[in-house]
Design a protein around this ligand. Structure first.
Ligand code: WTA
Length: 675
């Protein structure tokens, strides 16, 4: 199945840039025509040659880029080693560097007064700014604190924090002393946090007294305490004071206020020398089974692609203010709030609130107040704000913006148009960025000054990425224009994940062996006659709700924990605002007695919220007599998917379903539930 790169690279249709149907012209603020604005880093005629070089002379390409963009303590000699087949990818092998030095020290030394972080707190008006000089001091003091607790190179630290600067500071402090951070999204429940702490064997957890979001208070410390009841390995909990709440639950000897400990620490400690391939962080993500995967990213390749994509995909220039609205607990927050912008030495925003608080103008208020030049969010937020009405955006200037980004799911053309007209005012580039936790940084995306967007398409591959579309059944490469199939990547790139923590075998099975020799993205995609890529969505048992990646198996296992549930099957239904929504079909135990259907659904909802977190709450829970099954008892989810997608007339061959008469019952129940 392995194929020679050079030959096959030419088989895909060449990228067309002229006379394209449906393509939008490169807009005014990024096309270089306005002398008061910066010229784009990548010009229209440069993309094709640069992309070709990044594939065909990849060693030279990455050698130059890594030397230009990163500060090395010990230079690397070998650019790349290993293959997908062997699962031993490594980049910049002999090199040594430190991610926190690259993200903080370089810029603090150059200009300590430059703003590194703008923190926009939940309550409007409570924003603060942190300079690179101040960031360096705080990173050093947290690093010193961790070290004083015995944290050493290679140890894992769990970070469970709301969207406050300390989240970024804690990540960089770990990186400074070579500790591996694992940020757990603060929307996860105590049970989910417990599973991740246990899997990671962490001894130290960093959290806060409480969190604030959309005017509500989140009891972060209490959630940590509940989680840690079953984690005897955790020796220390460092607590950031966010709200100053009284009566924060406290375990003496284990818990300490981070601020107090920081006061004992020197304001400068030297960064530890790290190999390019030392792990930088672990981030858990959902896969096809109920068990989350700890995706491991290493140091040099990851920070390189993070910074390079911020520069080229968002066309960031000196003086820009970069605003990514994601949560730090997901990969988008890691790459585009923390590492990308800071390794590039730009100003980044940390936004604690929601697009709706205190009203649906919050994003635009933030853009105008801080003069953001790039704005990055998920299609689900755009759809939500579109639904609220243009009056919430119309009175804002938004004239500092040049590039608008989207991520997390395909954007529907209507939402794209709304974003373009009402936020970009027709003058900003829109970059639809396709990538995933395992990819580390953008993989398929348009480039502001070089690639014309087509609403709904992620457009073209980034440097070093060679997307290939395979026939999902035969695994054969599809080279025609208008091909559709499984999306794989042919060759390694610097920021691709290196392993799953404690589970290299699962790593190989999931990504490298699905289609041997390639990296499997988990998505299907089509390529049009112009060579543009259109992402169709996940082909595994992962669903995407408001850009949150959820495993159906994880939700099923949460529901299965309820005493009344015999079996559960979860599928994603199309949803106008959230992209997909969770629909759960349940068969109850025959002798289970319950008070009312309503009360049962409530209990089941609590069950999921407790096991995973509020963001995994099913939109619909439908109790049915039985689930569609094969004769050997395997649930046929395809039938359920067709029903929730209103395609029940296209069920196809039902011969594998042991009792086809169940289908009518399921249809009826679904119709009832959605009436
Ligand atoms: C989906 C988020 C279409 C895709 C960065 C992928 C997208 C999954 C896009 C990864 C996009 C992400 N267009 N689909 N621009 N971006 N996806 O790991 O299905 O949370 O596999 O990373 O989101 O989700 P994850």
């Amino acid at each position: 199945m392995r194929v020679n790169l050079g030959q096959n690279a030419q088989l895909a249709p060449p990228l067309r840039t002229k006379n394209m149907e449906g393509a939008v012209d490169i807009p005014a603020r990024v096309n270089g025509s306005n002398d008061s604005l910066p010229k784009p880093h990548i010009k229209p005629d440069e993309y094709a040659a640069m992309h070709k070089r990044s594939l065909e002379q990849s060693d030279e390409f990455w050698r130059e880029t890594a030397n230009k963009m990163l500060a090395w303590d010990v230079p690397f000699k070998t650019v790349q080693h290993g293959s997908f087949d062997e699962g031993n990818i490594a980049y910049f092998l002999e090199g040594h560097l430190n991610a926190s030095y690259n993200a903080v020290d370089r810029w603090a030394i150059r200009d300590p007064n430059q703003i590194a972080i703008i923190w926009e707190a939940d309550e409007p008006g409570e924003d603060t700014k942190i300079t690179y000089g101040e960031l360096l001091r705080r990173v050093c003091q947290v690093a010193g604190t961790l070290r004083s607790l015995g944290v050493k190179k290679g140890d894992l630290v769990i970070i469970y924090l709301p969207m406050i600067p300390e989240a970024a500071i804690a990540m960089l402090a770990c990186a400074r002393i070579g500790a591996v951070h694992s940020v757990v999204f603060a929307g996860f429940s105590a049970d989910s946090l417990r599973d991740r702490v246990q899997d990671s064997s962490a001894r130290v957890v960093i959290t806060s007294d409480e969190g604030k979001r959309g005017g509500r208070t989140i009891a972060a410390k209490s959630i940590v305490d509940a989680a840690l009841k079953e984690c005897p390995g955790v020796e220390h909990v460092l607590v950031v004071k966010r709200t100053g709440a009284e009566d924060v639950p406290w375990v003496s000897g284990r818990d300490m206020w981070l601020e107090e400990k920081m006061k004992e620490q020197r304001a400068y400690i030297p960064p530890v020398l790290m190999s390019s391939e030392d792990p930088l962080f672990v981030l858990y993500t959902s896969g096809s089974t109920g068990r989350p995967k700890g995706i491991v990213h290493t140091t040099a390749g990851y920070i390189l692609c993070a910074a390079l994509t911020v520069k080229d995909v968002f066309d960031v220039h000196a003086g820009d203010k970069f605003g990514c609205m994601a949560d730090i607990g997901w990969i988008t927050g890691h790459t585009y709030i923390v590492y990308g912008p800071l390794v590039l030495g730009t100003t980044t925003l940390i936004f604690e609130s929601t697009p709706m608080y205190p009203n649906p103008s919050r994003y635009w208020d933030v853009v105008d107040k801080h003069g953001l030049t790039q704005f990055y969010t998920a299609p689900t937020s755009i759809r939500l704000l579109r639904r609220m009405g243009t009056e919430h955006v119309a009175s804002y200037k938004l004239d500092t913006l040049r590039v608008l980004g989207t991520v997390g799911e395909p954007i529907n053309p209507e939402a794209w148009q709304w974003y373009n007209d009402n936020v970009g005012r027709g003058q900003c580039a829109i970059v639809d960025t396709y990538w995933m936790t395992e990819g580390g940084a953008h993989m398929i995306t348009s480039l502001p000054g070089a690639i014309r967007a087509k609403p709904g398409s992620a457009t073209v591959p980034f440097w070093g990425i060679e997307p290939v579309i395979l026939d999902p059944h035969t695994g054969k490469e599809l080279h025609d224009a208008d091909a559709e199939g499984a999306l794989v990547i042919r060759k390694p790139w610097p920021s691709v994940a290196r392993t799953i923590m404690h589970d290299q075998a699962r790593f190989m099975d999931t990504y490298m062996r699905a289609y041997p020799g390639y990296f499997f993205t988990g998505d299907s995609a089509a390529r049009d006659k112009d060579g543009y890529i259109w992402i169709k969505g996940r082909v595994d048992d992962v669903i995407n709700v408001s850009g949150h990646r959820l495993s159906t198996a994880e939700i099923e296992s949460a529901l299965g924990g309820h005493p009344g549930v015999a079996e559960a099957a979860v599928v994603g239904a199309p949803d106008e605002v959230t992209g997909q929504s969770i629909t759960a079909f349940l068969a109850l135990k025959p002798d289970y007695v319950y008070e009312s259907g309503e009360a049962l659904v409530k209990e089941l909802t609590i069950q999921v919220r407790r096991a995973i977190g509020p963001f995994a709450t099913p939109k619909r829970i439908i109790c049915v007599e039985d689930l569609p099954k094969t004769r050997s008892g395997k649930i046929v989810r395809r039938v359920l998917r067709k029903i929730v997608c209103n395609e029940a007339d296209q069920l196809g061959d039902l011969s594998s379903v042991s009792d086809p008469s169940i289908v009518d019952h399921l249809k009826e129940k679904y119709a009832e539930a959605t009436k």
